[in-house]
Design a protein around this ligand. Sequence first.
Ligand code: NI
Length: 398
Amino acid sequence: MHWIQSAAEAMASHLSALRRDLHRCPETALQEYETSAFIRRELERLQIPCRMVGETGVAGFLRGTAPGAGAVALRADIDALPISEQTDAPYRSVREGTMHACGHDAHTAILLGGARLLAQHRDRFHGEVRFFFQPAEETGRGAMDFLRAGLLEGAERVFGLHVAPDLPLGTVGLKPGLNNAAVDGFRVEIQGKAAHVSTPQLGADALYIACMTVVALQAQVTRCTSPTEPVLLGIGTLRSGTAYNIVAESAILEGTTRTVSPEARQRCRRQIEATVAATAALYGGSARVVWDDIASAVINDPGATEEVARLVRNLRPDLTVCPDRPLSLGGDNFSEFETAVPGAYAYLGTANPNRPETQHPIHNARFDLDEDALPIGVWLHAAAVLSWLGDLNGEDQP
Ligand code: NI
């Protein structure tokens, strides 16, 4: 067995303990104060200097002692979701209404484990490893703060991973190119004119306009986009009206688009704006669209992804690489790091066929994972770094 694998597996119980501590005390986007303090305490224990990024993000910096330069960034997201946990796990959330239902507790524990492994073997690599603990992934925030702070400057590669209950334990999704769609949020603000419901001709019915807009917008997908191109448009809320006998004066719709190329993303925006304006004008109202850039599409650099896939194939015959995991229209703003530096985002199989509780989808109140995946995640981080900044040759024990 290669020494990195032995080192990762030797910390299995430590990784479970870290993950369970994090799992018990989840914090939602931009509220990760205790999580952030937990991460900094662990990095201090490992004597890895760190700095805050925003109010709850943390970046750690570890220099190798081998001769040479270079830099590689590793990223974990740290936030939880506003979900009430419904598992029977002994480590279930103690915070009603908040849950690590997307595995970010595991991502954080894995990256802390990777930091520990690399700190213990800093003579085996050169340059600098940067550990990014990113808040607010679920709301499309956090990532750009690391870029704006210049923390990717001089980095040659970025690596990250996400747990995947759709893949069995022992399988690692490593797909070059497109993995996840780009995500935009939008709010449509419709302005009408109030009147008594018995005299609709004197008003402009914002509620009616909102309903027609919801229907008209779907034509962007079904009538204006190639059927072979994945574009999704969903409207999640419609708020309008004050009383049963008043023509509604205003309405607000909130929705999201998922697209897979910068061109489609721009085209969708233009078409939505045109549809919204035309529909409102048709019935005597007006409307505008307010956009929220949530995440770019996750596009793995083919070279960097193949480098990691080759490591798995060469060093871990016990693992399987899945190079063609289906496209997800869920977003992940790891994408922002990959727009700056060639990167690879891996999907870590966490489903155990003998344990039904590990087979629920992410964002589900019963989500859980097989913790045997944690040392595999640590191995991926450490092996990637040592291949990029060090020397992986030799099966020797450290
Ligand atoms: Ni997630």
